[in-house]
Design a protein around this ligand. Structure first.
Ligand code: SF4
Ligand code: SF4
Length: 320
């Protein structure tokens, strides 16, 4: 895989400082039931890097000490971490809003037959990637059979109340472009998804997030192989929208890796750009329980143009 960091480091992206942290995004490890071609963490069934109980406890201690409002769980398949249920139960008891970035197919795995009801019981918000409402496009990006399993999982979630207005069970779908282009209008695409999923499968959901592909990891490497890296960066820079700068997610979120080290966002985590302690060592979440990092600088490089291009992009979809 081609390294993208050397191409991103020399950057004129504006300096950014964080505000207060209201969201803790936690990568529970690289174990996953799928092996998608585009996976930015190379997750899969044989990965052994998963968050241990002690680090999970540090996450809970941080949520409590800092009165964090939102816990955003990612992986791999976060549900495959053996401490997933403990973490959700404890955070839920604290009144924390919990988001599960779920690949949907895990809900169809016989070993996780408990999962859908468990998520509903704790009012966990489900955010699920579905790059298209047509099976061929999804299967080519995420693997054969993934679309059919995803449809079955979405129907099951609907049966439990997910995606139904007034149920209190939020179901969000995520779209990212298949290639080197910016996502279309989030609201227009949401309308099309709602219409097509309802018509074709009787599926309902609350909202669609569109997310811009970042020129890092596997996608960035593919751009380099195909000679498209410079033109994609130019596309992102030409679409720069200053009004998105105030709302980029790193202003109010920090991202934790499976060992508890802290990053400005998931992308900086993937680029191995941790928040540094004064001595230059990577900051660990346990260090931040008694320390306030509001106002400190964020590590920005050229990939940050992916967050500010066009309608903007974040883990919560478009920014405008
Ligand atoms: S489901 Fe997500 S974490 Fe798992 S392999 Fe696919 S992209 Fe990676
Ligand atoms: S990639 Fe986006 S969220 Fe991450 S540091 Fe850059 S602007 Fe912030």
């Amino acid at each position: 895989m081609h390294a993208t960091l050397p191409l991103l480091a020399k950057s004129n992206f504006p300096a950014l400082n964080r505000g207060g942290v209201d969201t803790l995004q936690v990568n529970l490890g690289y174990l996953c039931n799928q092996t998608c071609l585009h996976c930015h963490v190379d997750a899969g069934p044989r990965r052994t890097e998963i968050m241990d109980k002690q680090t999970v406890q540090t996450v809970l201690d941080y949520l409590h000490a800092k009165n964090i409002k939102t816990l955003d769980l990612t992986g791999g398949a976060p549900e495959m971490n053996p401490h997933f249920r403990y973490l959700v139960q404890q955070a839920s008891a604290m009144g924390v809003r919990i988001i599960d970035r779920c690949n949907l197919t895990i809900l169809e795995d016989e070993n996780y037959a408990w999962l859908a009801e468990f998520l509903a019981q704790h009012k966990v918000e489900v955010v699920a990637s579905l790059p298209c409402y047509l099976s061929d496009n999804v299967d080519s990006q995420r693997g054969r059979g993934v679309f059919d399993d995803s449809v079955r999982a979405l129907k099951r979630l609907n049966e439990l109340g997910y995606g139904i207005e007034g149920s209190g069970l939020m179901l969000t779908l995520v779209y990212n472009p298949q290639g080197a282009s910016l996502p279309p209008s989030q609201s227009d695409l949401q309308t099309a998804y709602k219409r097509e999923l309802q018509l074709r499968f009787g599926i309902v959901f609350n909202q669609l997030f569109t997310i811009t592909n970042m020129p890092i990891k596997r996608f960035g490497s593919t751009l380099i192989s195909q000679g498209n890296f410079a033109s994609y960066m130019q596309l992102l820079k030409e679409a720069y929208s200053e009004e998105n700068l105030a709302d980029v997610m790193c202003k109010s979120l920090i991202s934790i890796d499976w060992q508890g080290y802290v990053y400005d966002c998931d992308f900086n985590q993937m680029l191995n750009l941790p928040i540094q302690e004064k001595e230059g060592a990577p900051a660990h979440l346990s260090d931040l329980i008694t320390r306030d990092i509001a106002g400190t600088p964020i590590v920005v490089m050229d990939h940050c143009y992916g967050c500010t291009a066009g309608q903007g992009s974040s883990c919560g979809g478009a920014l405008d």
